[in-house]
Design a binder for this molecule. Structure first.
Ligand SMILES: Nc1ncnc2c1ncn2[C@@H]1O[C@H](COP(=O)(O)OP(=O)(O)OP(=O)(O)O)[C@@H](O)[C@H]1O
Ligand SMILES: [Mg+2]
Length: 287
């Protein structure tokens, strides 16, 4: 299985620049806001003109489709078990965001086989050609399968609240990944920050621990405040970014997306942009 993860990693690294960037959204402790981050981050990237797909890796207990207000006919499991072609499990929300549902209901809990992993590889190869970003919303906790996937992706975004338990679990998760893949790129987001708990302090402590104990640089993407708009948007099954664009949490999410696409990512983005422009020019010429 480790060889397969390596194969996935190699394929994902091939032809950098014109293929999608793959990003896993992870946490140590569960319930810290990964899925809400994934859907709203995806929409904020879309508002910047990026093509994004979310793959809900919380198979059997996925909730991306619920957050986006879509009742999908098929989930990732239907593709992995060979029952549906990839195009049938790709859904679009009413705002145009594409995603693959993890499915819900215990009937869809999955025993991974080699065949399934091979299908996953084939799906990524196809998706990489079609999108700028593939976001993997990971389930809570670390299974060997999820670690294999995390090792394969280009970058990991770690979500942590400011609670000490969330911070120490986020550190343990990063350490675990880092020991298996010392070159992994990590970015940290602090969620549910209030006036009384300093989000900057929480991420700074994580960054410091990574440097001190693992000699590993990490970047800070920003923080998201505790905001009632999040729960209201969950109930409305709409992304808070679109439902409450003026809420502080939406403004901070936009700032995080800005931070994400600039800096280290500029080169690849430019390359993608360049290819896109070229494509546009060629397509125009054929009209
Ligand atoms: N910034 C925020 N402000 C207020 N509430 C929030 C915020 N972020 C998350 N929440 C609350 O936390 C709940 C859990 O969030 P979410 O489902 O995104 O977590 P998760 O990390 O994906 O959970 P799991 O580990 O189970 O997959 C949300 O339904 C919402 O009520
Ligand atoms: Mg989740």
């Amino acid at each position: 299985m480790r060889d397969q993860a390596e194969a996935l990693r190699k394929r994902m690294l091939q032809s950098q620049g014109c293929l999608a960037k793959s990003i896993a959204i992870v946490s140590g402790k569960g319930g810290v806001g990964k899925s809400n981050f994934s859907t709203n981050f995806a929409h904020s990237l879309r508002l910047k003109g990026k093509d994004v797909i979310i793959v809900d890796m919380d198979i059997g207990m996925g909730n991306i489709h619920i957050l986006l207000g879509v009742a999908p006919k098929y989930s990732l499991k239907d593709y992995l078990t060979g029952q549906q072609p990839l195009e049938n499990v790709i859904n679009t929300d009413e705002n145009g965001l594409t995603f693959i549902s993890g499915g819900s209901g215990l009937d869809s809990v999955l025993d991974w086989s080699h065949d399934m992993f091979d299908r996953l590889l084939a799906a990524f190869e196809q998706l990489q050609k079609e999108y700028d970003f593939i976001l993997f919303d990971m389930g809570a906790g670390a299974t060997q399968r999820s670690i294999d996937l995390i090792i394969a992706v280009d970058e990991v975004i770690v979500i942590s609240t400011t609670e000490p338990t969330s911070i120490t679990d986020a550190y343990s998760m990063m350490k675990f990944i880092c020991l298996q893949d010392p070159d992994k790129k990590f970015s940290i987001v602090s969620n549910r920050v209030t006036k009384t708990n300093d989000g900057n302090d929480a991420v700074a402590r994580l960054q410091f621990a990574m440097k001190k104990f693992l000699d590993k640089e990490t970047s800070i993407l920003g923080y998201l405040p505790e905001d009632a708009s999040v729960q209201k948007a969950v109930i409305a099954q709409q992304p808070f970014l679109l439902l409450y664009p003026n809420a502080l949490v939406s403004k901070r999410m936009t700032a995080i997306a800005n931070e994400f696409v600039k800096g280290d990512h500029a080169e690849e983005q430019q390359m993608n942009g360049f290819l896109k422009k070229l494509k546009g020019i060629f397509l125009k010429g054929r009209e």
